[in-house]
Design a protein around this ligand. Structure first.
Ligand code: ADP
Ligand code: ZN
Length: 691
């Protein structure tokens, strides 16, 4: 099936190489493109950064007529059109940022068949002028609409976070055309329910479905429990150490953004590090200025609410720090996933403490204004759902297992689960838990004592009361509830109170106990409690022979290994290990297919120095043309040049990300820079040896 595309549509590979400079497709791309070229509907579920755009851009550049791309994000449209133009294609977008005059021009040129691909917002599909154009284009003898691609397709589902009623227009629009185009949908949303919704509401016909791994091997996950002050101090020192890299720091509230940004500005501005901030109540001009500075690499770090980043396609974000806990793993993965879209190593760091969860629970209990129209029962269901999602987030913060495994298991697609079981055995080696040495401690006896103590009073007391009773505390609450007389009282007197609570958490995490939802959670028996209590548990009998049960927990034995700093030289070195990891993960390695490797040859001078030189050149080239640096080329391309040291146009084409248009536009400048650098290196070398 995979080699198939090459045989059936060799032009797809030529298109990929010519416009995008890549040699091979990533997991899922081939199948989705093959289906579209065959005239079949397609549905791609791929995590952010996996390369969804290529899936419709390549067919759009191959098929006669104009491909329509429905996208909710206006700023992303301009970006994509920018990038496609730079690659030598003929793209356009049609949205409300254009004046009426500009819109007329775009539609006129479109009906003359000038564009290969056009991005539109969903609202456009009910605009009469646009409908007239589309009807004519799809009619016999018209220019043809071979494909309608729906980006961010989860916006069609009311169950998703970003429901856009105008997405409901898409099916009607497609059906109204004289000739039905191929319909293709793409999303990064994982839940089954939303996926089913997308297929149904769009009216996809027997689509080719590709769900690619959610693993992002280039992302390093890190979770740290820190008090409020410690969080700030940690962030300041991290940003200082990574001042030459792009990063985003997310805070839960607008106030949090302003406070942290102010704090960092005071500390870092004197050192020449600019700190941006972004949230909904800043003025439009301040937001624009900050966003542009970030994209242009003049503001390295941005403190923001999660509103920042939605429409931003910046590929070289090297770290995303969460100052607070997001409401769900899904939200976390989406925000953290804005790091490392270029496939290079990047870090996702979550800072948390108990306050974060208290705040979240408070917010859940408050309810959401958007729910005012719902019935009480519906609202209660929504609340329970939010608690469930938050509970899973709590598990992520507390697990001592591999963080990557935890996330993949959460998303639960089959490909990822295979990888997850393997990760459970061996760990991923690229998350803070896998890099921390834990020692195991056998706490079987304590575990049994706890579960036995909970059994007769399931769901009546919170964690603290239970831990205090077992520890043998003597306070008013315990006396009032007569727990001081209960069997088991004081049986864990030798264990520290905090340790008992840890064991309770871990018992809950593994299903032996259950923690209720609500602001004052209570502890009950979990679905696996019988494994501890034996069959008698069902009848409330405590004194039954225990089955074979052991319970161990882990705790950090050594300090965390020093984190890898991600300086360019390291990146150049790391690249190979990331690629090796990608290969080991097989098809899941979205970031690094084996073919993205750059062949290396001996070269002169230091790669990191050359990289800096090229970065400056890139910035100048970008400024001359008024585009962001990453439109000129990615960091990966620059590093490819450092390693390959091309000396001819043909060799330059072997560097990932260099296609014909880029070769044309920048080839001379890049080759010139390499040649000049090597000549200087030779001169230096000669001077040194003749001295
Ligand atoms: P998504 O829309 O899924 O978030 P993008 O389409 O923006 O992801 O792609 C992410 C990055 O991966 C881009 O820089 C893109 O050029 C790159 N990419 C996509 N497909 C390939 C490929 N086959 N080989 C190499 N790089 C690719
Ligand atoms: Zn791990």
């Amino acid at each position: 099936m995979v080699a198939d595309l090459l045989q059936r549509y060799p032009q797809a590979f030529e298109t990929l190489k010519r416009y995008f400079g890549y040699d091979s497709f990533r997991a899922g791309q081939e199948e989705l493109i093959g289906a579209v070229l065959d005239g079949r509907d397609a549905f791609g579920v791929m995590p952010t950064g996996a390369g969804k755009s290529i899936c419709y851009q390549v067919p759009a550049l191959m098929l006669p007529g104009i491909t329509l791309v429905v996208s909710p994000l206006v700023s992303l449209m301009a970006d994509q059109v920018f990038a496609l133009k730079a690659a030598g294609a003929r793209p356009a977008y049609l949205n409300s940022t254009l004046t009426q005059g500009q819109q007329n021009t775009v539609l006129k040129r479109a009906s003359e068949g000038w564009y290969q691909i056009m991005y539109v917002a969903p609202e456009r599909l009910s605009n009469p002028q646009f409908l007239t154009f589309a009807q004519a284009a799809a009619a016999p003898g018209g220019i043809g609409i071979p494909l309608v691609a729906v980006d961010e397709a989860h916006c069609i589902s009311q169950w998703g976070q970003d429901f856009r009623p105008s997405y409901l227009e898409i099916a009607r629009f497609v059906d109204s055309l004289p000739k039905r185009p191929v319909l293709a949908a793409y999303t990064a949303t994982a839940t089954e329910r939303v996926r089913a919704d997308i297929v149904g509401m769009l009216g996809l016909r027997a689509p080719e479905l590709q769900v690619t791994g959610f693993d992002r091997p280039n992302l390093y996950y890190d979770v740290r429990e820190l008090g409020e002050k410690a969080k700030r101090a940690w962030i300041a020192s991290y940003v200082r150490e990574h001042a030459h890299e792009s990063g985003i720091i997310y805070c839960a509230t607008r106030r949090g953004v302003d406070e942290l940004a102010c704090d960092l500005q005071l500390q870092l501005m004197p050192e020449g590090v600019r700190v941006g901030r972004y949230h909904g109540s800043h003025s439009a001009s301040e937001r624009r200025e900050n966003q542009e500075g970030f994209i242009q690499d003049s503001i390295p770090v941005m403190v923001a609410t999660n509103a920042f980043g939605m429409g931003i396609d910046k590929p070289n974000v090297r770290y995303v720090i969460h100052m607070n806990v997001p409401e769900s793993i899904e939200a976390y993965y989406q925000e953290a996933g804005r790091a490392g879209r270029d496939g290079d190593p990047a870090s996702c760091i979550l800072l948390w403490n108990g306050n974060d969860f208290r705040l979240r629970r408070f917010l859940i209990d408050q309810g959401d204004v958007s729910e005012e129209s719902l019935s009480l029962e519906q609202r209660e269901r929504a609340r329970q759902n939010r608690y469930r999602l938050l509970g899973q987030m709590e598990g992520y913060c507390q697990t001592t297992g591999c963080l990557r495994e935890y996330i993949l298991r959460y998303f639960g697609d089959r490909g990822a689960l295979g990888a997850a079981s393997e990760l459970r055995e061996n760990g991923c080696g690229n998350c803070s838990n896998c890099r921390t040495e834990f020692e195991t401690e056998d706490v079987t006896e304590a575990a049994i004592a706890i579960v036995r103590f909970v059994a007769p009073r399931s769901r009546r007391f919170g964690k603290t009361v239970i831990a205090e009773a077992l520890h043998g505390a003597n306070n008013e609450k315990l006396r009032k509830f007569r727990l001081v007389e209960a069997p088991g009282y004081g049986s864990l007197a030798d264990m520290k109170l905090g340790r008992i609570k840890d064991v309770i958490d871990q018992l809950a995490g593994r299903g032996y106990l259950e923690v209720s939802q609500g602001q004052y959670p209570v502890i009950g028996l979990g679905e696996r409690s019988r494994e501890v209590l034996g069959e008698g548990a069902a009848y409330g009998v405590e004194d039954v022979p225990l089955p074979d049960f052991t319970f161990t927990i882990k705790r950090p034995a050594s300090k965390r290994m020093k984190e890898r700093s991600r300086k360019v030289a390291d990146l150049l070195r790391d690249e190979e290990s990331v690629q090796a990891a990608g290969r080991a993960n097989g098809a899941l390695g979205v970031a690094a297919a084996a073919s993205e490797t750059v062949p290396e040859r001996p070269h002169l001078g230091d790669d990191a120095e050359l990289f800096e030189r090229l970065r400056v050149l890139r910035r100048d080239l970008a400024l001359e043309r008024g585009v962001p640096p990453y439109i000129v080329c990615s960091d990966k391309t620059l590093r490819g040049i450092c390693r390959l040291r091309p000396s001819s146009r043909e060799e330059l084409l072997d560097v990932p990300g260099i296609g014909e248009a880029k070769l044309q536009e920048y080839g001379e400048a890049l080759l010139g820079a390499v040649a000049a650098f090597e000549a200087e290196a030779v001169a230096d070398e000669t001077r040194r040896t003749t001295k």
